[in-house]
Design a protein around this ligand. Sequence first.
Ligand code: HEM
Ligand SMILES: *[C@@H]1O[C@H](CO)[C@@H](O)[C@H](O)[C@H]1NC(C)=O
Ligand SMILES: *[C@@H]1O[C@H](CO)[C@@H](O)[C@H](O)[C@H]1NC(C)=O
Ligand SMILES: *[C@@H]1O[C@H](CO)[C@@H](O)[C@H](O)[C@H]1NC(C)=O
Ligand SMILES: *[C@@H]1O[C@H](CO)[C@@H](O)[C@H](O)[C@H]1NC(C)=O
Ligand SMILES: *[C@@H]1O[C@H](CO)[C@@H](O)[C@H](O)[C@H]1NC(C)=O
Ligand SMILES: *[C@@H]1O[C@H](CO)[C@@H](O)[C@H](O)[C@H]1NC(C)=O
Length: 309
Amino acid sequence: MVIKLSAGAIAVSVCLSLAFFAGHGQPVLADGGGGKKHDVADTVKKEVAMSIKKNPRIGAALVRLLFHDCWVHGCDGSVLLDKAPDGGSTEKDATNNIGLEGFDLIDRIKGKLGESVSCADIVVLAARDATFILSRGNIAYDVTTGRKDGVRSSAAAADAVLPPSTFNFTQLKANFAGRNFTQTELVVLSGAHAVGVAHLSSFRDRLDNATATPISARYQRALAEHVEEQKGVQGTPDPTEPNNIRDMELAFRNASGHNASGVDTSRAARGVLDNSYYHANLQNKVLFRSDWELRNDTTGAAGRDMRVC
Ligand code: HEM
Ligand SMILES: *[C@@H]1O[C@H](CO)[C@@H](O)[C@H](O)[C@H]1NC(C)=O
Ligand SMILES: *[C@@H]1O[C@H](CO)[C@@H](O)[C@H](O)[C@H]1NC(C)=O
Ligand SMILES: *[C@@H]1O[C@H](CO)[C@@H](O)[C@H](O)[C@H]1NC(C)=O
Ligand SMILES: *[C@@H]1O[C@H](CO)[C@@H](O)[C@H](O)[C@H]1NC(C)=O
Ligand SMILES: *[C@@H]1O[C@H](CO)[C@@H](O)[C@H](O)[C@H]1NC(C)=O
Ligand SMILES: *[C@@H]1O[C@H](CO)[C@@H](O)[C@H](O)[C@H]1NC(C)=O
């Protein structure tokens, strides 16, 4: 079974999604203070490229940050806030926001660009540039700017609308429909799980046979062992693992019976945003229940979306 989702298809859908949140009015130059003018798009691109070079982890973080900002009352930068006006907890404190990163980079770019560019726009631009870099230029799309920053932020609001990894297909579809996203967009955007990492607490259900949705037994066993090892290596009871089996060591992939046919598993391909998530999913070798649910929904329709070539 060779199933592919082309980078082109991803680009089209990502485009649609972002256009949905688009604002108006594009400041090209920003006054970052000291009388120096900065080209906005250029500055973001350079900063993002430099950060990813220094710490490849940051690319995936920026892609997720966009999703998590935009899902909670629109792309308004509210995910960045450290304090709520009422002194309550912010989106950063939400359970579903575990592992969110990239805040320092957004702050640094904002520091360079000043008041004429909103943080919300910087999140959108940075995710776009990260996507381009991680996909090796295969996913390119235009964005508009001109969003205003919001001041509302609450953990409860974020947990109420961000989908947890334990959602079934019906719940995932309803969650995306609530933001006017289609089933195809749900499948395509989930392809972002080709990159980045997840905490054990986000996929523990899949290691426990009492709660696991179908998962390759060999992959499950290898993952359970790896997680135990990583608790020591990372010095935490909630270690992270790469989302994509492609990014695991060869010994792990061998033990899991990963069929890498059609997937670039060279060292250079690690962390690349490509269609390998779908290859892994069709072998039941993905971390989250929400990933697996896409191929095994009650109608089979989402699984068919993975076969877009
Ligand atoms: C369909 C529903 C989705 C669910 C249930 C979901 C859930 C999750 C979870 C639980 C994690 C791991 C968090 C952790 O434990 O640290 C994660 C990571 C990630 N998600 Fe999703 N996600 C979904 C959709 C998306 C979408 C639409 C995007 C972007 C287009 C996205 C991009 C990412 C990325 C890039 C990471 C890795 C982040 C990093 O390495 O810092 N996800 N997701
Ligand atoms: C691996 O996948 C390819 C294409 O998807 C298939 O042709 C091949 O038979 C598979 N190999 C094994 C050992 O399952
Ligand atoms: C999905 O989960 C909801 C909430 O737990 C449940 O009511 C529904 O029956 C589930 N749907 C399927 C198809 O399992
Ligand atoms: C979804 O689309 C409808 C109809 O265009 C619109 O009324 C609604 O506000 C949109 N929902 C969101 C969350 O933007
Ligand atoms: C879960 O089930 C699989 C397949 O039946 C089995 O190989 C594995 O040992 C079980 N795992 C646990 C932790 O019981
Ligand atoms: C993985 O499997 C391949 C092919 O069977 C084998 O050549 C290689 O030595 C194995 N490597 C590890 C680290 O297990
Ligand atoms: C869902 O998974 C079950 C068990 O793996 C399988 O029997 C069934 O055909 C799958 N359904 C769909 C729609 O893919």
